[in-house]
Design a protein around this ligand. Structure first.
Ligand code: ADE
Length: 243
């Protein structure tokens, strides 16, 4: 999987994704992440990429042309790489361009799973008051929000998407089953977990977990998942029970 993040703040994006599990996956060649600076495609002396909005109103808007040129540059490189890999007829059509916006579909685990099947993913981070609608209509395939609140830019949302998608790519997590068993994979929240010591602050690890009876442990964990979901996320619980 190759992530291409279009942004005015490439250092911020790379800093957020170069450590820990994602950083290690990049080092191992399981995925690649590039943050491409939209400002490098400004065609004026001051590298300006924003301007006033037609019709008036507060704030500046990201202009269409630098965003378009940045996208073209990424697409050229994707095509070159795919052709070099022997995919002769691959014109790069079908490379999804995800625009991070509070106006998008709300990101969830199902969307992460769907996106993890792509070979390349382009993520566009907006800033200022947004992006000129014309370039959005020309290049964007998916509008994605990370929740019903407004952030100052699309960088943190893009990092969220890269992180959630990356950990679903085979071998990124040490333990392949851990991405399947945890919260949301089956529509339920994860059961509580315990490590050593057996007693901490007068609290004991539930007896069943020390029993060595795997069937009993599985049953207990499922019950805990159900109960936790019912209490904390009644919306998910209803959905689970109705399926
Ligand atoms: N940009 C600003 N707020 C956002 C949000 N909630 N989701 C995605 N992109 C955003």
């Amino acid at each position: 999987m190759n992530f291409h993040v279009m942004t005015l703040f490439p250092d911020m994006v790379m800093a957020g994704l170069s450590d820990s599990i994602i950083g290690r996956a990049v080092s191992k060649g399981l995925l690649s992440i590039e943050a491409v600076n939209i400002r490098d495609f400004a065609n004026n002396r001051h590298n300006k990429v924003d301007d006033y909005t037609y019709g008036g109103g507060a704030g500046m808007l990201m202009q269409a042309e630098p965003v378009y040129l940045c996208w073209q540059d990424i697409m050229d490189r994707i095509r070159q790489r795919r052709n070099a890999d022997g995919k002769q007829s691959d014109d790069g059509n079908g490379v999804r361009v995800v625009y991070m916006t509070p106006q998008g579909r709300v990101f969830d685990q199902a969307m992460a799973r769907e996106l993890s099947r792509e070979e390349d993913l382009i993520l566009l981070c907006g800033h200022y008051e947004g992006v000129d609608e014309r370039v959005l209509s020309e290049i964007v395939t998916d509008n994605v929000s990370v929740g019903d609140y407004v952030l100052t830019g699309g960088e943190i949302p893009a990092m969220i998407v890269v992180d959630a998608v990356s950990r679903l790519i085979p071998q990124v997590l040490h333990n392949d089953t851990s991405s399947e068993l945890e919260s949301f994979s089956d529509g339920l929240l994860e059961y509580p977990q315990y490590s050593r010591p057996e007693i901490w602050h007068d609290m004991r690890v539930p007896e069943v977990l020390l029993s060595g009876d795997h069937a009993k442990v599985d049953r207990w964990r499922h019950e805990q998942s159900l109960e936790r979901t019912r209490q904390r996320r009644p919306d998910l619980y209803e959905k689970y029970m109705a399926r």
